[in-house]
Design a protein around this ligand. Structure first.
Ligand SMILES: NC(=O)C1=CN([C@@H]2O[C@H](COP(=O)(O)OP(=O)(O)OC[C@H]3O[C@@H](n4cnc5c(N)ncnc54)[C@H](O)[C@@H]3O)[C@@H](O)[C@H]2O)C=CC1
Ligand SMILES: O=C([O-])CC(=O)C(=O)O
Length: 331
């Protein structure tokens, strides 16, 4: 039995993400939870002829508990999206409380599950989930992930539009966090190799850092990226399932995690990031979640500057999430 749960399943990301998870044949049960419409989405998806049995829950009648019980993997896209002119941090006011309450449910009803956090601001919502799990004695740093896959997907797409490479085959490590200057594409490590000019590097870096804004602007008040995010979220969920259920070795994905997930490793990384507890780097996945956090490898002078600019903002974002729980937001 492999149960996957989507919290916020009726939303712009939740619906297409749930569709893509329904198509993943590793999943045998798919539980959809939202404060509205989730039974309808579940009924619709349940007619697709793939193995997963689909159920939908609302908050009434212990819906969150029923959705979460027995979960192997939980994806959280619950919360409000940006409108033009907003930063991801502007979402904290509403989304911090939503994520805290869902994390409390996870600590109580699915403490062993792999938790994939999509809700923004990811740089702060992941620390919120971690602090709640810690309070309940249910924190395992190898099992909590901030989903930054969309940055990696964008990096493949945007770079290939200049290099001419087939986008599916392009890998660019994107490290740091998931907002503006905390998004650090390591274009010097692109595979297959390509030598961009300095102007191209600057333009591509900006576009990858602010790719989310392009969609927010184009949607003009109707939200942010949903379809590309659903694809990215389903890709990351599939990687977690392939590593933890199928035992596939050698899967590497960037993700924003607590660095205690690899206490012995990432010495170079720790030195570079000045005591931050969270960072997104290439993660090697294994049967228990994070197997190894890779170091950043050789990075260019330009990338070192990007890193310097990211660290203070990451620190602020992380502290904001940690304090939200530490300062007694009710559990
Ligand atoms: N990590 C990433 O790369 C990305 C993150 N996002 C973030 O994902 C989040 C969701 O975005 P959309 O799906 O576009 O928003 P949306 O508004 O379309 O959907 C959000 C869903 O969450 C539900 N919800 C609200 N409170 C809830 C609660 N307490 N429990 C369960 N469900 C609840 C709503 O009813 C709604 O169905 C936003 O915070 C957005 O910023 C968006 C794109 C990329
Ligand atoms: O830009 C936003 O608000 C949504 C998001 O995180 C992204 O598209 O990367």
């Amino acid at each position: 039995m492999v149960k996957a749960v989507v919290l916020g399943a009726a939303g712009g990301i939740g619906q297409p993400l749930s569709l893509l998870l329904k198509l993943n044949e590793v999943i045998t049960e798919l539980a959809l939870y939202d404060i509205v419409n989730s039974p309808g989405v579940a009924a619709d998806l349940s007619h697709i002829n793939t193995p997963a049995k689909v159920t939908g829950y609302l908050p009434a009648n212990d819906g969150l508990k029923c959705a979460l019980t027995g979960a192997h993997l939980i994806v959280i896209p619950a919360g409000v999206p940006r409108k033009p002119g907003m930063t991801r941090d502007d979402l904290f006011k509403i989304n911090a409380g939503i994520v805290r309450d869902l994390a409390t449910g996870i600590a109580q009803h699915a403490p062993k599950a792999y938790v994939l956090v999509i809700s923004n601001p990811v740089n702060s919502t992941v620390p919120i989930v971690v602090e709640v799990l810690k309070k309940h004695g249910a924190f395992d740093p190898k099992r909590v992930f901030g989903v930054t896959t969309l940055d990696v997907v964008r990096a493949s797409t945007f770079t290939s539009s200049i290099s001419g490479a087939a986008p599916q085959g392009v890998r660019v490590p994107v490290v740091g966090g998931h907002s503006g200057v905390t998004i650090i594409p390591l274009l010097s490590q692109i595979s297959p190799r390509h030598n961009f000019t300095h102007e191209e590097i600057e333009a591509l870096t900006k576009r990858i850092q602010f790719g989310g804004d392009e969609v927010v602007k184009a949607k003009d008040g109707a939200g942010s990226a949903t379809l590309s995010m659903a694809q990215a979220g389903a890709r990351f969920a599939s990687s977690i399932l392939n590593a933890t259920v199928k035992g596939e070795a050698g899967i590497v994905e960037p993700s924003y995690v607590h660095l205690d997930a690899d206490k012995e490793g990432c010495a170079q990384l720790r030195k570079l990031i000045d005591g931050l507890d969270y960072f997104s780097s290439n993660i090697e996945l294994g049967p228990n979640g994070v197997a190894k956090i890779n170091s950043l490898g050789e990075i260019s002078e330009y990338e070192k500057k990007l890193l310097e600019a990211a660290i203070p903002e990451l620190k602020t974002n992380i502290n904001k999430g940690v304090s939200f729980i530490a300062d007694g937001s009710k559990l």
